[in-house]
Design a protein around this ligand. Structure first.
Ligand code: ZN
Ligand code: FE
Length: 256
């Protein structure tokens, strides 16, 4: 069985495009479609034919290329059942617990509402690869446009339960700004300080900070750390309910 190949490339101002490819079957999927031209260029560069689009949620910077790519490639578009009326060209509808077979690989579907309702994530367990859209970012999480803090905390808790070496392929390069906020709410965190310095170096060389891993996120991402005594104390919420600490952290980020 061949490895799942992941090809990552920048799109729009701060999105990442991802092509995943199974060499045995020749299948190629685009995770979201921020920009058809950039995705076509990446396909040409790799010599791959697009067979699937796997959408994480309905926002335009994730679905904007669906129709152009479908008309060029005749590919199958999959997305959340909850987004059936909001994802252009959707053919296959997923819900929590569904399995998407992809050659010799398979993705588990997680419902991760919060940023939007019906947002889904794709987890390739044997490859330890998670495509989480705008739910979890490096040292951040998506803004709560449609869901509640309780929903988002439930979604992030699911992702936190994945193995520490799971690679987190999120949809945006927001890391440097996220790190500045993270340091403002948990300056005592040594792992966070080290990671923030590393991120500054990568960005100074114009290199991506994505993917990270679940282990790194649990150590540095304030939205996964409501149980941290230092974070709770800095927010004046010592002993607070985890979901309340998460909600307050998110509120502060919205106003940072
Ligand atoms: Zn979004
Ligand atoms: Fe987005």
């Amino acid at each position: 069985m061949s490895m799942l190949e992941v090809h990552q490339f920048p799109c729009l101002s701060d999105n990442y495009g991802y092509l995943i490819h199974d060499a045995d079957s020749g299948l190629t999927a685009s995770i979201d479609t921020p920009e058809a031209e950039a995705i076509n260029a990446a396909l040409a560069e790799k010599g791959w034919q697009l067979t699937h689009i796997l959408n994480t949620h309905h926002h335009r910077d994730h679905t904007g290329g669906n129709e152009a790519l479908k008309s060029r490639w005749g590919c199958t578009i999959a997305g959340s059942k909850g987004d059936r009326d909001r994802i252009p060209g959707i053919d296959v509808e997923f819900a929590e617990g569904d399995i998407f077979p992809f050659g010799s690989h398979e993705a588990q579907i997680f419902e991760v509402s919060g940023h939007t309702i019906g947002h889904i994530a794709y987890y390739f367990a044997t490859d330890r690869a998670l495509f989480c859209g705008d739910t979890l970012f490096v040292m951040g999480c998506g803004r709560l446009f449609e869901g509640t803090p309780t929903q988002m905390w439930g979604s992030l808790s699911k992702l936190m339960s994945l193995p520490d070496d799971t690679r987190v392929y999120c949809a945006h390069e927001y890391t440097q700004a996220n790190a500045r906020f993270a340091l403002s709410v948990e300056p005592q965190n040594d792992s966070l300080q080290a990671r923030a310095a590393e991120v500054d170096q990568l960005r100074a060389q114009d290199k991506p900070t994505v993917p990270s891993t679940i282990g790194q996120e649990k150590a540095t991402n304030p939205f996964l750390r409501p149980a941290s005594a230092a974070l709770q104390s800095n927010l004046g919420m010592t002993g607070g309910e985890l979901v309340e600490v998460f909600a307050e952290t998110r509120r502060r980020k919205d106003n940072f």
